[in-house]
Design a protein around this ligand. Structure first.
Ligand code: ZN
Length: 182
């Protein structure tokens, strides 16, 4: 299924993800599920791998890394690339993990471009609590699509969907895009 990019909803910026989204993160309960875990047992990223893809918001699984939608997005389509192994630091990755981590990051950019034509990206890792890592114990690379005037989609009143539903639809778009894009 190919998402369409028509300009029919009048939101101002026109692409699949932004029509799907709007300001819902504002009303979302922040902090839920964000418990810090030094051990894999307490780690939400380790837990999410055990769920099925839609329940875990997982976009794609590789041999050693996976891509998952961020539950606390800065923008629609904000996803993360993570190793399955519960390690905190970029230097902890093996050579093959590093290669797949990089390949998944590139693929994530291609997929988001295919689905939603962002104007740019912020990509990176916060290493350690002091650097702003929400879950510092499990390495994760953020892939955040950016649009000129991202703020355009923020205050839209009267949208009835709630964030979990939007996240689910966004995950599906990206997971389908993952299969469609080389
Ligand atoms: Zn973990």
């Amino acid at each position: 299924m190919t998402p369409e990019f028509s300009e029919q909803d009048g939101v101002g910026v026109h692409d699949a993800l932004q029509r799907l989204w709007t300001p819902h993160r504002l009303s979302y309960v922040k902090g839920e599920g964000k418990a810090l875990g030094d051990q894999p047992e307490g780690c939400p990223f380790c837990r999410v791998v055990e769920l099925d893809d839609s329940a875990g918001l997982i976009i794609a699984r590789g041999a050693e890394v996976f891509a998952v939608l961020n539950l606390y997005p800065y923008n629609p389509g904000h996803l993360m690339v993570l190793p399955y192994r519960h390690v905190p630091d970029y230097t902890d990755l093996t050579l093959s993990e590093t290669a797949e981590f990089a390949a998944f990051t590139q693929k994530a950019m291609r997929v988001v471009r295919h689905v939603a034509a962002p104007h740019g990206f912020n990509i990176g890792m916060n290493q350690g609590d002091v650097a702003g890592a929400g879950i510092a114990a499990h390495l994760h690379q953020h892939v955040v699509p950016r649009w000129g005037g991202d703020a355009n989609f923020m205050p839209v009143i009267g949208h009835t969907k709630v964030l979990p539903q939007l996240l689910g639809e966004t995950r599906q778009l990206l997971a389908e895009g993952w299969k469609a894009v080389d």
